[in-house]
Ligand binder design. Sequence first.
Ligand code: FE2
Length: 424
Amino acid sequence: MHDLLLRQCRLLQTDRTIADVDIAIQQGVITAIAPRIAGSAKITLDIQQQLVSPPFVESHIHLDSALTAGQPRWNQSGTLFEGIEIWRERKQSLSLEDVKQRAIATLKQQASQGVLFVRSHADVSEPSLTALQALLEVREAVKDWITLQVVAFPQDGIYGSPNNEMLLEKALEMGADVVGGIPHYELTREDGVQSIHRIFALAEKYDRLIDIHCDEIDDEQSRFLEVVAACAIRSDMGCRITASHTTAFGSYNNAYAFKLLGFLRRTEINFIANPLINITLQGRTDTYPKRRGVTRVKELWQQGMNVSFGHDCIQDPWYPLGTGNMLDVASMGLHVCQMTGTAEMNACYDMVTWNGAKTLHLDDRYGIGVGKPANLIVLDAQDRYDALRKRAIVRYVISHGKLLVRTECPQTNWYGPAASFDDC
Ligand code: FE2
């Protein structure tokens, strides 16, 4: 007897074709995928030809600041830098319980909408490293239902204060999965360049991945991505490097941008854009025309680079909105990056699923196949386009072979203008 049997699935396969199949699960592992699987199960779900997809991947979020919007005050200018100022005030009162409670609440919100893999940044610029310790404890506490990666992120710069460099290394010793950075926020251009070299050295020393907040500014002279590219070319870090945001790339002149694209093609750098945040935070100093403030997603994708979309913030000093829904993120990316061609829309779906999984180095832990961990979602949709167009409800979330979440679709009843009260 199977533990779980999913009948009549429209399975979105790794090659992106769709197959009409049943899926059997036993002890947390997918044991069979076939047009008709015999036998019974402890739980059988009739999927009714709805779309079965690998889970959504949240490749960039800040769980330590999530759900703090308005504390101690709202960001009225809407700028990145007022956000950093407000967070500097808020983080004075961080406690382990405060961070853990908000992080787990946010992860539940995301998992309820089909997210089962998350990379979160943890601010390591405060001396107690409370945010980091809390997220490491959360990583352990949630591991049975969601996979969490933690980035040691020096929000105030590695060289912005005397202790920050030491704190970053201590965070890696404590067990952070990824080395972060913020070169465009270092005090000088030279500090920014030096910070990138330091990040690469630490990643090599501690055998960790790299994810740098890189050029998250409209300044067309912010050119740290070229430094990351140079370090990538000269190192053997390969696809273990990620450049997050790179919003300045949207402001570079084309002569420079095309040259840079050539350098980037020599690397396997992963890119993460955060469309909800980038479209609202950037362009704030522009009058008109007003820049979109998002990196060159379409061009990077066309060049074959791995690009994913992240949520970045959910109700925090930088962004007062957000629900954790990755289809909202992909939909905003699709609009802002003008990716409305058929292949382009499908690519936007991939940017919150497979591409994010590649960035997080999930390898064999991701995807739907016999022998793989049974992590999958069922959407009220026919295909990727349909899921994006209507921001489909995630009906079921299966995590490690267990039914984690079930959501009923809302029911609309159309009575028409001639209906009497008795009809309603
Ligand atoms: Fe971020």
